[in-house]
Design a protein around this ligand. Structure first.
Ligand code: HSE
Length: 428
């Protein structure tokens, strides 16, 4: 049997402890499947004394992850610290420079520095693997790079932040407002230390930036994505959308259009009967469409000890088997650069506004939409007061710039009593 694959694990939080538990519990299974023993040489974390519910006595301890990354008895550096810069980046760079393979769960690091890391790794002839960085336990990176390698990918979509999906589905099921559910999430410990990462769409955007690179052969460029969080989604929109047969999701979508790559992480409406529409709570879903395979739907836990450690272990097992692939599926030097995401393909839109209730108000709004070439599919007026009329319009497909123009023109009509809310309806 070949010599053991020796790991150095930096970061002993939930995921790090989970990985060690799997290695201790499933050692025989892993050896049977990979033909090689997987062992841990050394570990590193901020605090040595914390009880992590896992036995660490057999492993050497390093205070400095960079020193750990360079140890002679480490073949694979497993980075589970997190953060786009600082120790995680330093240690990953040191590991690559020292000729070690790297496994990481760090989406922020790859979304920001992925291209430089990939180029460094490939020029050194080492692997960097990161299944756990996108949608936790769902093996979507492996699906794209391996199972679907014979497909031209036409669209990738995903609900990839469990906290946002929890908030949106809870707002709907309990009729609670955003602030109340956000406070609940704080209580439950669902939010990242900086909650903007979750509710601002940044965490999910990092994941989408990585998927885009693999799906479309582009350099990872987080700044090129259009990102919008869920902070402005109201219970009213959730209820009205539900009434019209839709669910609100923080949805990542990437596809090639005639006008460049459309890549965005924004609130969208999806049909309530679709797999995405039926996704409840903190679960993730990744939908991939390829020219030969059609649509596939992957669903599972996007966070948590077991699911995330499962994804890390998948990468470790691949390295134990000797699998070696370019970091983003094709050589890093051949990845196309993208400066900014293109304008999204035309889509139907949900438009909610409150009008001053006077004769001709609705006609003025309809005329503005008509002037911009936007056709109305469905319209309803609901919940009148004596002076105001809330109005809901679902348009036929329209381009975002035309919609923006129409909204500007609506302000000039004198009949708007509130800023219109526009949410894209994604056809899934
Ligand atoms: N905060 C993230 C989520 C965890 O809610 O999905 C995984 O990135």
């Amino acid at each position: 049997m070949p010599s053991p694959l020796r790991l150095g694990i930096a970061g002993l939080g939930t995921v790090g402890a989970g990985v060690i538990k799997i290695i201790q519990r499933q050692s025989a299974l892993i050896t049977a499947r990979t033909g090689r023993e997987v062992t841990i040489s050394a570990v590193s974390a901020r605090s040595r004394d914390r009880d992590r519910g896992v036995r660490l006595n057999d492993y050497a301890w390093e205070d400095d992850p960079v020193t750990l990354a360079k140890r002679d008895d480490v073949d694979v550096f497993v980075e589970l610290m997190g953060g786009s810069d600082g120790p995680a980046k330093d240690a990953v760079e040191a590991a690559i420079a020292a000729g070690k393979d790297v496994v990481t769960a760090n989406k922020a690091l790859l979304a920001i520095h992925g291209q430089a890391i990939a180029e460094a790794a490939e020029s050194k002839g080492v692997s960097v693997r990161f299944e756990a960085a996108v949608a936790g336990g769902i093996p979507c990176i492996k699906a794209l790079t391996e199972g679907l390698a014979g497909n031209e990918i036409t669209r990738v979509m995903g609900v990839m932040n469990g906290t946002c999906n929890y908030i949106l589905t809870r707002m709907q099921s309990a009729g609670l407002d955003y602030q109340t559910v956000f406070a609940e999430c704080e209580e439950l410990g669902y939010l990242e230390a900086d909650p903007t990462l979750d509710v601002g769409g940044i965490d999910a955007g990092h994941k989408l930036a990585i998927l885009v690179a693999i799906a479309f052969g582009t350099q990872v460029n987080f700044d090129a994505l259009n990102i919008e969080g869920i902070e402005r989604i109201t219970t009213e929109d959730i209820e009205q959308a539900a009434d019209m047969g839709y669910r609100v999701k923080l949805l990542g979508v990437a596809q090639k259009t005639g006008r460049g790559l459309d890549a965005r992480m924004t609130p969208c409406l999806v049909p309530d009967k679709s797999p995405l529409g039926q996704l409840e709570g903190g679960t993730n879903m990744v939908v991939i469409e390829g020219d030969s395979v059609g649509q596939i739907v992957l669903r599972g836990a996007g966070a948590g000890e077991g699911p995330t450690a499962s994804a890390v272990m998948g990468d470790i097992c691949d390295l134990a088997r000797g699998l070696s692939l370019p970091v983003f599926g094709v050589p890093a030097t051949t990845l196309q650069s993208i400066e900014a995401a293109g304008v999204g393909a035309p889509a139907p839109w949900y438009l909610r506004m409150t009008l001053v209730d006077k004769p001709g108000a609705l006609a003025k709004i309809a005329a503005v939409l008509g002037d911009e070439g936007i056709s109305i599919d469905r319209m309803r007026q609901y919940g009148h007061t004596s002076t105001h009329a809330p109005v809901l319009i679902v348009t036929h497909k329209a381009a975002r710039p035309a919609l923006d123009q129409a909204i500007v023109a609506m302000h000039g009509t004198g009949v708007l009593a509130s800023e219109p809310v526009a949410i894209r309806i994604e056809e899934v």
